[in-house]
Write a protein that binds this ligand. Structure first.
Ligand code: G3I
Length: 346
């Protein structure tokens, strides 16, 4: 009798040992299949073409692609009368074949401009014409293929003043309004976004941006949505700050794109080898963000986009010269707790 009880207990113990741990998961079912809103990723074009593992994950898991760099003027518009469509067209063809939406990033920004724009000598009218030509040539080229555009990126400072970018210096403060008007003329069906960082944490900046965009709308300018970039870190901002930001954007009737999500776990560079508990905190924060996003009314859900596939692809390491692990996949392209937790919420 005791022998049978012992065998039974051993079998139960063996079965429980085989039970997967809560944090274990696999990526056989795509994120995009589980979600009723778009789940996107910033695409590194060189990685897409040269790294088969990256390529397979990107095309399988996500259904919205934001070109991380190759739609920026420095790549698309190398000289006054010259546009370089080849790489961008290839990327668009790959996306279209995979039924992924393309989000255009970005038309007017102060960074990643070609030298010829930075060095351009001209009157305010000539600068205005330059900006118009850039926006309209690019948008018309991709008309019908790009769903939405970051028309203006990062135009405000942290204190809510207008950034003294080259566009503002050369055209004046009206450049924002003009950019949105030119964009609407070029492709009336495209969704037009203003995109910026720290809007989720900095209430002063967010209030200024929303008031500014509301004012544009009141003057008949089409502005469809706001991109909250969400380059955030553990604990900053916290869940309630993020909830407040989402709520305010939606209350003002803008489509909401969480447009460049990454969650730093080594912001102060004092935790270069994070432990499992740190990755669980990262996962829990992401799950809360996804839950908040899921709860907004459907008409405002443009989607969420991660700013890279794996930790090894993230802009943070080269830019800040520190180890960090901000994304869904680890350096070996294995899904992290953040990926698994996200899946539970979608
Ligand atoms: O393409 C050149 C390559 O030819 C050269 O050999 C190499 C040497 O450093 O540089 C390559 O260009 C780099 C480019 O990324 C492509 O890898 C640039 O130096 C580098 O500055 C550029 O960084 C990009 C950054 O924007 C530019 O400010 C990041 O990849 C990109 O993730 C980042 O994205 C921005 C968003 O557009 C706007 N919001 C913030 C976000 C993070 O900074």
């Amino acid at each position: 009798m005791y022998k049978y009880v012992l065998i039974f207990l051993l079998l139960v113990a063996a079965a429980s040992c085989r039970k997967p741990k809560a944090t274990e998961c696999n990526d056989e079912i795509a994120l995009s299949r589980l979600s009723d809103f778009r789940v996107g990723v910033a695409i590194s074009y060189p990685d897409l073409l040269t790294n088969p593992i990256y390529n397979a994950i990107a095309l399988k898991q996500f259904n919205s692609f934001t070109p991380e760099n190759i739609f920026k003027p420095g790549y698309l518009h190398p000289a006054l009368n010259e546009f370089n469509w080849a790489d961008a067209d290839t990327l668009v063809a790959i996306c279209t074949k995979n039924n992924a939406r393309i989000h255009g990033h970005t038309l007017i920004w102060h960074q990643q401009l070609p030298d010829w724009i930075n060095d351009f000598q001209g009157t305010a009218e000539e600068w205005d014409q330059l900006m118009k030509t850039h926006i309209q040539t690019v948008m018309q080229h991709f008309k019908g293929k790009v769903a939405g555009w970051d028309v203006v990126n990062e135009a405000f400072n942290e204190d809510g003043t207008l950034r003294n970018s080259i566009w503002r210096q050369k055209i004046g403060t009206s450049y924002l309004e003009k950019a949105f008007r030119y964009a609407h003329e070029a492709d009336p069906n495209a969704l037009l976004f203003y995109n910026d960082y720290n809007l989720e944490s900095n209430v002063i900046k967010r209030n200024v941006v929303i008031n500014y965009l509301n004012d544009l709308r009141n003057r008949g300018v089409k502005v469809d949505g706001i991109g909250l970039q969400m380059h955030i870190s553990l604990g900053n901002p916290d869940e309630s700050q993020i909830a407040g930001a989402l709520q305010q954007v939606v209350a003002n009737q803008y489509q909401l794109h969480l447009s460049e999500i990454d969650i730093s776990v080594n912001l102060l560079n004092n935790n270069p080898n994070p432990d499992a508990a740190t990755f669980d905190r990262q996962a829990n924060l992401l799950a809360k963000i996804a839950g908040l996003y899921k709860a907004i009314p459907v008409q405002y859900k443009y989607g969420i986009t991660f700013w890279g596939v794996s930790d090894g692809n993230s802009w943070i390491r080269p830019y800040y010269n520190r180890q960090d692990y901000p994304l869904l996949y680890d350096d070996n392209y294995h899904p992290k707790p953040a990926y698994c937790k996200l899946k539970e919420v979608l």
